[in-house]
Write a protein that binds this ligand. Structure first.
Ligand code: SAM
Ligand code: ZN
Length: 335
């Protein structure tokens, strides 16, 4: 993580300052350090350049050791399935299995092979209207960002699809974040492969309990991060606390009368931000002024079950065909 972040960070639990002990750094990049809270004495480590601000009650060392994803563990236990997934000619795999092959190749650091498999699977998994709507939101966000001040803090960055584009197209510094260390570690390898690692800082934290000081972030983005955060609770209040500027959130909304999808959405605790009206109400009650921009509607179909991995799917939603609305939510702090 970059040194400029030190001035923006605090204890995510008690909001007191942090005492920094830096053990290894490379130019302005901190590789190994410890940040100790002067209030509650919690210690937040920086390892391999990733700042780990998960709550002090979590066993962070164990989490750090847990380097393998569920998919890798499953394939280790089922070597015959692994052989079929990795050795079958790619065109003979189902689109969902092409997607899983891409994930395995990515975990193994074969980013070229992974991207080829991903392109193929996306062509077969999604309608072109769906892909066009998503591309349009990415382009709209990049255009909007070009007029905003950096650095950008990206939330629930996942595989960093948006982060990569912000760095490559806008040459801005980005702070990528996620609550999964596995995901962030894979992201580092991706950035090294792309040769853009010096433009990115990686932080592990839960978006509902962040390590940022009040009003320390001018520009925040998220590519489908908000609809993926279960039981958001006071998430939008927390984001309003730390942002003093603009948040651009690529979002998706389901129709309210779509019962089959609603049941799954509600069971997963995702309903507050996956319906247009509810999302807007949550933003307003958390102190935001919000505009819905660049909307487009596209048919969305359930991704088919894997033929090799016991009914696994690329996406959890939708579970039934639907019309999904895409947009960029532009939120600023209300007066
Ligand atoms: C599917 S990704 C979104 C796509 C991603 N932004 C991109 O551009 O590639 C959703 C991510 O949200 C993360 N996530 C879910 N809940 C979270 C939370 N409470 N705090 C932080 N990250 C969270 C997941 O680990 C996952 O990586
Ligand atoms: Zn503290």
């Amino acid at each position: 993580m970059d040194k400029f972040l030190i001035d923006m960070l605090e204890c995510p639990v008690c909001h007191q300052s942090l005492d920094w002990q830096i053990d290894e750094q490379f130019n302005d990049h901190i590789e190994k350090a410890e940040a100790r809270c002067v209030g509650c004495n919690a210690v937040y480590p920086i390892r391999d350049g990733i700042g780990i601000f998960l709550t002090p009650y979590l066993p962070r060392n164990d989490l750090w050791e847990q380097v393998e994803s569920q998919l890798t563990i499953y394939l280790q236990d089922h070597p015959d399935i692994e052989r079929q997934l990795m050795d079958t000619p790619i065109d003979d795999l189902s689109p969902t299995d092409q997607h899983f092959r891409a994930l395995v190749l990515e975990e193994r650091g074969d980013f070229t092979g992974s991207r080829e498999a991903e392109v193929l699977s996306n062509q077969n998994l999604y309608t072109s209207a769906y892909t066009n709507c998503w591309d349009s939101q990415i382009k709209y966000t990049l255009d909007a960002l070009s007029t905003l001040d950096g650095p950008v803090v990206d939330l629930a960055s996942g595989r960093c699809y948006l982060v990569e584009k912000i760095i490559e197209q806008l040459k801005k510094s980005v702070v990528a974040s996620d609550f999964s260390l596995n995901v962030l570690r894979r992201d580092i390898k991706l950035f090294e492969f792309l040769g853009i690692e010096q433009h990115v800082s990686l932080l592990a934290f839960d978006a509902r309990l962040t390590p940022f000081r009040d009003g320390s972030i001018k520009t925040m983005t998220t590519n489908l991060g908000l609809p993926n955060i279960q039981n958001p609770g006071r998430l939008l209040h927390e984001l309003n606390r730390i942002v003093c500027g603009t948040m651009l959130a690529i979002s998706q909304f389901f129709p309210v009368d779509d019962e089959p999808n609603k049941k799954v959405i509600v069971d997963a605790g995702l309903d507050p931000l996956l319906y247009r009206l509810s999302a807007i109400e949550h933003f307003i009650s958390a102190g935001w002024s919000v505009k819905v921009e660049n909307t487009c509607v596209a048919e969305a179909l359930p991704t088919p079950a894997s033929k090799l991995l016991e009914g696994a799917r690329a996406d959890g939603l939708p579970v039934a065909p639907t019309e999904m609305e895409w947009c960029v939510l532009r939120a600023t702090n209300a007066e």
